[in-house]
Structure formats: structure tokens, C-alpha cells
Design a protein around this ligand. Structure first.
Ligand SMILES: [Zn+2]
Ligand SMILES: [Zn+2]
Length: 138
């Protein structure tokens, strides 16, 4: 599937906060960093054209918008985490956006204590071990 077809499908879903008419938002920051790592990290959201959620103007750029709030984490604490909204979006689609993005299904997402690497979920300790192992091997 082409990611632009995916955008069309997501835009047809209603705003994940208020069920109003929506446009797509590319998920970034906040819970996305907890789960997927920094945007430029090797395990990060390099396929982030798949990681989009539907938001209406008000909850996107408007008065209660993710881009208008002082921080993304504050917005997420009021309106729900982007990772959570992505899980709901995925449930509304006839295909797996995680498969398309080649990223782990954050079913195991348990807040800032859980990490994704490749297509699996790890605890922070396990994740650190993995990263250190990779550094030692160069
Ligand atoms: Zn809305
Ligand atoms: Zn946006």
C-alpha cells in the first residue's frame, strides 16, 4: 500500500478526540519518543508517514491543538497519548499500519518504561543491554 492511500483512509476517520471532521497529523514528540525513540534514531519513526492520526482543526492547530499547546506532553496528558490514538486508528483499519510501517505494535506500550526495538517491546533495562551490545560490536 502507498502511504498516501493510508492518509486518505485516516482522514476519513473522525477526530480521535471529539469525532469531528478531521485532517491527518503526523505523530511526533511526547509518547512517540518514549515508544519509538527520537525521530532521527535508527529505531525511530523513519517510516512516520504511516504514523498519522485524525485530528479536527480545534484539536490540531486550533485553540486546543496539539501544535498550539505549550508542549506535546501537556496536550497528551489532557487529550490522550498519540500512541494510544494510533492503536485506535489501527483498530479502525482493515490492515495493520504497524506492518506497513515495519514498526512494533505498541500493544505492550506501558508509558515511558517500555521501549521498542526492531519489532519487539523491551523494558528499559533490556533496551539498554541491547544498545550497549550493539555499541560494543561496533
Ligand atoms: Zn477534535
Ligand atoms: Zn500535526
Amino acid at each position: 500500500m502507498n502511504h498516501k492511500d493510508h492518509w486518505g483512509k485516516v482522514a476519513e476517520l473522525k477526530c480521535c478526540v471529539c469525532q469531528g471532521d478531521a485532517n491527518i497529523h503526523h505523530c511526533l514528540g511526547g509518547s512517540m519518543i518514549d515508544w519509538f525513540g527520537g525521530e532521527n534514531s535508527p529505531r525511530g519513526t523513519r517510516n512516520n508517514h504511516w504514523l498519522v492520526i485524525p485530528l479536527c482543526h480545534r484539536h490540531h492547530q486550533g485553540a486546543d491543538g496539539l501544535h498550539a499547546f505549550p508542549s506535546i506532553r501537556e496536550w497528551e496528558s489532557v487529550f490522550g497519548s498519540q500512541v494510544h490514538h494510533l492503536l485506535e486508528v489501527n483498530n479502525s483499519l482493515p490492515y495493520s499500519l504497524w506492518d506497513e510501517a515495519e514498526l512494533p505494535d505498541p500493544d505492550g506500550y506501558a508509558g515511558p518504561e517500555s521501549y521498542a526495538f526492531g519489532r519487539k517491546a523491551y523494558s528499559y533495562e533490556e533496551y539498554l543491554k541491547l544498545i550497549r551490545g550493539m555499541r560494543e560490536r561496533g
